[in-house]
Design a protein around this ligand. Sequence first.
Ligand SMILES: Nc1ncnc2c1ncn2[C@@H]1O[C@H](COP(=O)(O)OP(=O)(O)O)[C@@H](O)[C@H]1O
Ligand SMILES: [Mg+2]
Length: 155
Amino acid sequence: MPRLLPMPVSSMVVASRHVVLERDTQLRVAAGYLDEAGAGHGRLVYLGGEAGVGKTTLLEHFISGAEARVAVGWCDGSATPAPLGPLVDMLPDLPAGTWPEGASRHEVFASLLSLLRESAEPDPPYVLVVEDAHWADDATLDLLRATSPPRPGRS
Ligand SMILES: Nc1ncnc2c1ncn2[C@@H]1O[C@H](COP(=O)(O)OP(=O)(O)O)[C@@H](O)[C@H]1O
Ligand SMILES: [Mg+2]
């Protein structure tokens, strides 16, 4: 009788990273948002939930299959987070010159905004991710405000 070999631990770990349960609706909605962004209608998407509920897992699964130019930045939970730390994390995945040498904060915001506005077909849209935004420094919150499309009915 053939013996079943135990699965090596490393493949179990790799396999578990790709198992995402009960997130079809959220993935479908996110894919719709990405299609809209590709058509020139980008948006700010807030993905909320308690720690451990699966926000990062959902996001990683989504971006691994998305036709998009993805850049991810992380907010750190320290008492003195570096201003715009998440944007610094993203820079290697953004075009050179997105943060021009010596630029003021508002010039950097404008540069990022025009990058997002000018990206258009046939190039895939950008997906910029700010992980753990509940820890965002004030400058990163300003960046999110500056790059968010206006809400309907508000200027
Ligand atoms: N939809 C899911 N299907 C399977 N496992 C999940 C799912 N969502 C989260 N997990 C597992 O739960 C754990 C915590 O998820 P994580 O994405 O880090 O949570 P969060 O970012 O919300 O704190 C991870 O080990 C992850 O593999
Ligand atoms: Mg997370």
